[in-house]
Design a protein around this ligand. Structure first.
Ligand SMILES: Cc1cc2nc3c(=O)[nH]c(=O)nc-3n(C[C@H](O)[C@H](O)[C@H](O)COP(=O)(O)O)c2cc1C
Length: 317
């Protein structure tokens, strides 16, 4: 089974990937949060994106960069830059549900017009120097849209389809429409991956029981809340407080090196997931909530790690 980390903008950048691999052992694969905007043809990646993609920041990890665009020329140009950096695959984001992204016909907004999507995808698959995998939602508003979308994916020569079986209008609510993942497994001529709401070993086992052909599971919030989840799935130990603290310290140090005072803001975003690793998430939340300065933040983190116990079975909710 291939276990990968989902791209999560603002969370699973290179600092997170590196700290995760060091403390919990590397996952089989990591996807970068979406890279956008892409450089104009003939120009390099921005400074910020270059840091995210720099092979030195991703050493020893299998990393697939994800691009968010509807501009085929820029996609192909960016894929060329990535090939020169040594990457072996590039991923296209067809899942982002954010209103501003969708309004520009990017992310899941591209799913609204299947003809335009097919022209774009066929074009980039033909010209990209790297194999193109796709991470998609199953439509904009309804299950009924997926048949046509899946048929076009099957015609375009993509390397893999990662299915997050929600529609754009779901955002993250409701249950994933897993039967549409099952339909993909039946029909697709390319490898297929599942993504969505795998928060515990039990969720993973249930997915495998329903779809035993599964070969790649991508996990996002479940691993951010419980960074030992993949190890548990592989039959290893559950999360221990000392290693969560070690992970926290590495992450905070990297963010502080990169962005100084803004590290607190980034870490608080991480805590909104990590609080679910604790027995009493509201209590952890209260301790963190009002911190602003680095010294306040550090005192709050120390307090949490010395007074709050971990949940027996951490679960993002
Ligand atoms: C804060 C946040 C940021 C995200 N950023 C991205 C992104 O950059 N690219 C992407 O394809 N999906 C992104 N996603 C979606 C996740 O990759 C994933 O599809 C979603 O969280 C469902 O999987 P999960 O239930 O395992 O978390 C994001 C989700 C969240 C909550």
């Amino acid at each position: 089974m291939l276990l990968s980390l989902a791209p999560m903008e603002g969370i699973t950048g290179y600092a997170f990937r590196r700290a995760h691999a060091e403390v919990f052992g590397a996952l089989d694969r990591y996807y970068t949060p979406f890279i956008s905007p892409l450089p104009k043809v003939g120009t390099p990646f921005s400074k910020r994106n270059s840091r995210e993609l720099d092979p030195a920041n991703n050493q020893g990890l299998d990393v697939v960069p994800q691009l968010l665009t509807n501009d085929a020329d820029r996609f192909v140009w960016a894929a060329g830059l990535l090939a020169d950096m040594g990457y072996k695959e590039v991923n296209l984001n067809l899942g982002c549900p954010s209103g501003t992204v969708v309004a520009k016909e990017k992310g899941s907004g591209l799913l609204r017009n299947p003809n335009r999507l097919e022209a774009f995808l066929a074009n980039v698959c033909e010209r990209s120097p790297l194999p193109v995998s796709v991470k998609t939602r199953v439509g904009i508003a309804s299950d009924d849209e997926y048949g046509e979308l899946l048929a076009l994916f099957c015609r375009c020569g993509i390397a893999e389809l990662i299915v997050h079986p929600r529609v754009q209008k779901d955002f993250y609510s409701g249950s994933p429409r897993q039967e549409l993942y099952g339909k993909t497994l039946e029909l697709a001529p390319f490898p297929v991956a599942y993504n969505g709401d795998i928060f515990t070993l039990g969720d993973y086992d249930a997915l495998l029981a329903a779809y035993p052909q599964t070969r790649h599971v991508m996990i996002g919030r479940g691993i951010v809340a419980n960074p030992a989840l993949a190890r548990e799935i592989r039959g290893g130990e559950g999360l221990a407080r000392e290693e969560l603290k070690r992970f926290h310290d590495k992450l905070y140090e990297s963010y502080t090196d990169d962005m100084g005072g803004n590290a607190v803001f980034r870490m608080k975003e991480w805590w909104s997931y990590a609080e679910h690793a604790f027995a009493d998430p509201p209590s952890v939340h209260r301790i963190m909530r009002k911190t602003r300065r680095a010294d306040e933040y550090e005192a709050a983190a120390r307090k949490i790690f010395s007074t709050e116990s971990l949940a027996d079975s951490p679960r993002f909710s």
